[in-house]
Design a binder for this molecule. Structure first.
Ligand code: HEC
Ligand code: HEC
Length: 246
């Protein structure tokens, strides 16, 4: 035999649940007025809409000229490939402003939407023959790189625009660049982020890629190892407490 107060409590709970259900049903069955249908975020499958809503703010309205690396760059797209782009979009890049977008990683996009973004970039902005017949450095580095060798290669390939110490200062050729060794800059970009820009970056001034840094008698495309070495030298300027006075 239940005690009365216990039964009352049960009834109250059941009534409550029922009331909630009914309210829920009523609002769900309410007919929307014309033009008031809103697509659930999960159901957006249009590449341009997904890109505009989620990526344009950082990577630029049409995939370039944003604060972060240009994605509408056929050379970058050919070297990175759909699988890497999908993985980075899903998981983000720890320690940088690139957020994870997959639901599994706490983001707002479905796996299908991430596939649409990665394949949409390739089909809208890519060109399968962008690096055809050429041996580009691999997207990911195969080793840690040698900082000393990196400083030497930087002097040959990069110093004329970025300054011999990478501080951006000399710029005798009129190109204006920021410092690549500012601890605050290095704190916001990953090693892969630097590597991607060196291999296949696109700046507002044009292509910035492994094939084109040197010309004339010293002309040589950067090898996989050269890029790893340069990144090792740049990142050797990282400090433990960026932002602190030093
Ligand atoms: C809040 C700014 C921000 C937003 C929004 C953002 N990104 Fe990024 N993204 C970045 C930054 C910063 C990096 C460079 C991270 C690093 O240093 O490796 C990056 C890197 C990437 C890379 C790797 C580039 C490389 O170095 O090879 C891909 C691919 C990418 N983003 C795709 C996307 C896509 C797709 C979206 C939209 C779904 C998106 N991003 C939205 C800031 C952003
Ligand atoms: C012909 C001139 C030129 C040469 C050579 C050159 N760069 Fe750049 N680089 C630029 C310009 C212009 C920008 C865009 C302005 C900026 O970000 O400072 C840039 C941007 C960059 C960035 C991105 C900076 C950012 O804002 O995130 C990196 C990293 C970089 N360069 C590294 C290198 C390395 C490493 C080399 C040599 C392998 C190199 N560059 C050679 C002109 C050059």
């Amino acid at each position: 035999m239940r005690r009365p107060n216990e039964r009352l409590l049960t009834v109250a709970l059941v009534a409550c649940a029922a009331a909630l259900t009914i309210t829920g049903c009523r609002s769900a069955s309410g007919k929307p007025g014309p033009g008031s249908e809103v697509m659930r975020p999960d159901q957006v499958t249009d590449f341009a809409t997904l890109y505009g809503q989620n990526c344009a703010a950082c990577h630029g309205a049409s995939g370039k000229n944003g604060a972060a690396i240009a994605l509408a760059n056929p050379v970058y797209l050919a070297i990175a490939g759909v699988a890497n782009i999908q993985r980075i979009t899903a998981n983000g890049v720890t320690g940088t402003a690139m957020p994870p977008f997959s639901k599994a990683a706490g983001g707002m996009l479905t796996d299908n939407q991430i596939v649409i973004l990665a394949t949409g970039m390739e089909s809208s902005w890519g060109n399968p023959s962008a690096v055809a017949g050429q041996t580009s450095p691999a997207f990911a580095s195969s080793g840690p790189g040698n900082s000393e060798k990196g400083a030497k290669e930087f002097a040959i390939s990069c110093a004329r625009c970025h300054g011999i110490d990478a501080s951006g200062r000399p710029a005798s050729n009129g190109v204006v660049t920021g410092s690549l060794i500012d601890p605050a800059y290095l704190a916001m970009i990953s090693d892969q982020g630097l590597r991607s820009i060196v291999i296949a970056g696109q700046t507002e001034q044009g292509a910035h890629d492994w094939r084109s840094y040197t010309s004339g008698p010293i002309a040589h495309p950067l090898t996989d190892e050269d890029v790893a070495d340069i990144v090792a030298w740049l990142t050797s300027h990282r400090i433990a407490t960026p932002g602190q006075p030093y």
